[in-house]
Each structure stands twice: as C-alpha cells, then as structure tokens.
Design a protein around this ligand. Structure first.
Ligand code: PMP
Length: 387
C-alpha cells in the first residue's frame, strides 16, 4: 500500500455517527424546534438568488413586519444570531462624533456598550444605570442613539417602552430596542411606540434554529444611515447592501453574501406559525403560562427574582437559588434525570438565580407541570446537607 501524504489522519470522532439526544429546552434559548420548522430547514437547497428564495425572503419580511407591527420597508433578517443584529444596528447607526446612551439593566446593555466602545472613534458610550434616569441622560449627554433591552433575559425583567420613542425624538435621538427574548411573548408595537431600530432572534419564541435575526429600520433611522460621512465599518452588516439584497430599495437585487438559505426556510415557517396563532394569542399564551409557572414556584416555597408581576418577562422567569442549594446541582439534576434544560444566571445574576424559559411551542401548561415536578424532585435530592 502506498504511504499516505497526510500527516493528520481522519478524526476518529467524525467517523462515528452524529449524536443528538432528545431534550426539553426550557432555558433562556434556544427553545425546541417543532417538526414543521425542522422539516423546512431540511429541504433541498436552492440558489441564494433564485426567485423562489427571493420569494421566501419577501414572506419573511412580511412576517417580521407583522411580528414587529411595522410598515418599515427596511425590514429583513440578518444572517447571524441576535448579537449579529445588535452589531448591525450599532455599526450602521453610529459614526464618528456620535454619542450613544445605553440603558444598562442587565447583560445586554453591557454587551451593547462593549460593542459601541469597540467602535472606538465611532461613538462615546455613556453608562446609565436605570431607565428612569433616561430623560436626564438625554438632556445631559445629547446622544444620537438610545439603546434599551425590552426583555432582559439575564434578570427576567420586562422593560416598559411607553413614551420612550416620543421622548427620544423630542431630544433628537433615535431609539434602538433589543427584543431578542421578548418578541412574540410580550406586546411590542414598533411604529406606534416610535422605535427606530428593533431586532430579535430566531431561536426563542419563533422556535427556529439560531442564525437568522429579524431587524427593522424606521425612516428616521434609514435617513441617519444615508447621511453617514463614512461607510459602516462592516461590509457584511452594511444595511444598504442588505436592504438591496432583501428587495427593500426598489433596485434590482444584487448578490451580497450567500445567505443561510435553509435557516431562512425555517424562519419563514416560524413566522408563519406565529401569524397563524396570531400575535395577541401568542402574548396571552406566554402571559398565562408564565403566571402558572410563577404560582407553582411560589407554591414550592421558592422566591421569584422579579417581585412585581407587571415587571416579569413572560418568556423567561427568574427564581432565586434557594438557601442551602447550589444552582449547578439543580440544573445538572434536571439534565441528568429529566432530560430538561434550565439555566443558571447570566451577568449580574450569576449564582443568584435559575432561569426558566417557556417560549413559543414550549409555552404550554404541560411543560409548566413538567418543570415544576422536576424542580420538586431536585429540591428533595440536591440539598447540600444531603450531598
Ligand atoms: N439579546 C437578548 C435579550 C438575548 O436574550 C440574547 C440571547 N440570549 C441576545 C441578545 C443575543 O442573541 P444570540 O445569542 O442569538 O446572539
């Protein structure tokens, strides 16, 4: 036998079959993908400029306009996860000399500030602790963009947005909102609430695989991008190019990048399922199952992290890690004994809370009962005095 020229052999692990266990994903995302959406993602590929794919993209655009409640033409899905949409918003909106005011009420404000700071010359970040101080921040710092997270998945807090868009516009500022964790689970009205850039993700309420992220720019935001002196620092995320590829500018569509076509098929189905259920029923479903879960957690003697019911994010519930327990023991117990994922805290809540997500098709009373039963078992098995 001829000696091989290869000094790296084929990896043994790749010669074994792919392993993907069944698991109930009740963490802060991703959530489980229903068969219909899985099947759409498993369809044969088409070319990224084929008319059928462009048609699917038009359908996604209409689905996002519905989910966001907006008529904005510049509405599309970014080829990337929620972070990618966050970067797309910031890279396109901010330029040299701009100031961004970031409302920091959890990890996502911190991340937005981090991204804005990396843009260096493109923006000055003003840290801001609490949303109530926004008016003061707008007057003092005169930002051109205000960033705020609607559903803070690290704390389980739903941020009220009423009046914020109008307030920003009175101060010559654009409103940028992260709705990755809240879209479809809590009411948001992009046009009525005067939100200028809104983005979300595919893997939460939309029950689609991660990797495509809905985003929309208002006319005000589009004009700010058009007035830029320099092109946005990312070619991949240049909203002018993306808008053209998505048929938002009335020009012939040009190749920009090879889009994740199968992810678009899945996202199309995720949005179709939301349209079929209807936004209002979807909000009500998340509200009702979150309320059931919260009551069940209280009945178990646990303490909810967000005291005020109104302030609770209906998609992700945070509950304090009870005295005498380590959160890791509880999450590991659920994974090992119930094939169920729930998560520990993130950013400011690390070590303090457990996070339970009920999103899209996972938001059912049956899943509420399952997770409560699993937690009951965990509480009787994981107390540190027993270990
Ligand atoms: N914003 C919020 C509120 C989120 O919950 C997440 C994901 N947990 C993101 C942004 C980032 O999304 P991704 O992980 O898809 O990049």
């Amino acid at each position: 036998m001829a000696t091989s020229l290869l000094h790296i052999p084929p990896p043994q692990m790749l010669l074994r079959p792919l392993v993907v266990p069944e698991r109930l994903l009740l963490g802060p995302g991703p959530s489980n993908v229903p068969h219909r959406i899985q099947a759409a993602g498993g369809r044969q590929l088409l070319g990224h400029m084929h008319p059928e794919v462009l048609q699917v993209m038009d359908e996604i655009k209409a689905g996002i306009q519905y989910a966001f409640q907006t008529q904005n033409q510049l509405t599309l899905a970014i080829s990337g996860s929620g972070h990618c949409a966050m970067e797309a918003a910031l890279f396109n909106l901010l330029e040299c000399g701009d100031t961004i005011l970031v409302a920091i009420n959890g990890i996502w404000g911190q991340r937005a500030a981090d991204i804005a700071r990396r843009l260096g010359m493109l923006g000055t970040v003003r840290w801001h602790g609490r949303a109530e101080g926004t008016r003061f921040g707008l007057v003092q710092h005169k930002p051109s963009v205000l960033f705020i997270t609607h559903g803070e998945s690290s704390t389980g807090v739903l941020q009220p947005l009423e009046g914020l868009g109008e307030l920003c516009h009175r101060h010559g500022c654009l409103l940028l909102v992260d709705a990755v964790a809240s879209l479809g689970g809590a009411p948001i009205f992009m046009d009525q609430q005067e939100i200028d850039v809104l983005y979300s993700g595919s893997q939460k309420v939309l029950n689609s695989p991660p990797g495509s992220a809905p985003i929309s720019f208002s006319e005000r935001a589009r004009e700010k991008v058009l007035r830029r002196k320099m092109k946005p620092p990312s070619f991949y995320l240049d909203i002018g190019w993306l808008g053209n590829y998505w048929g938002c500018d009335g020009e012939p569509r040009r190749y920009h990048h090879t889009a994740p076509i199968n992810s678009f098929f899945s996202l199309r189905e995720g949005l179709a399922m939301l349209a079929e259920i209807g936004l209002e029923s979807s909000w009500e479903r998340h509200r009702a199952n979150c309320a059931r879960l919260c009551q069940g957690l209280l009945n178990l003697g646990l303490e909810l992290f967000v005291k005020e019911e109104k302030g609770r994010l209906p998609t992700i519930t945070t509950v304090r890690v009870p005295e005498g327990y380590n959160w890791k023991d509880i999450t590991a117990f659920l994974m090992d004994n119930h094939a169920m994922e729930i998560a520990g805290g993130l950013g400011p809540t690390v070590g303090k809370v457990l996070r339970i997500g009920l999103m899209g098709c996972n938001s059912t009373s049956e899943n509420v009962n399952r997770v409560l039963q699993a937690l009951r078992d965990a509480l009787s098995s994981c107390h540190r005095s027993r270990l």
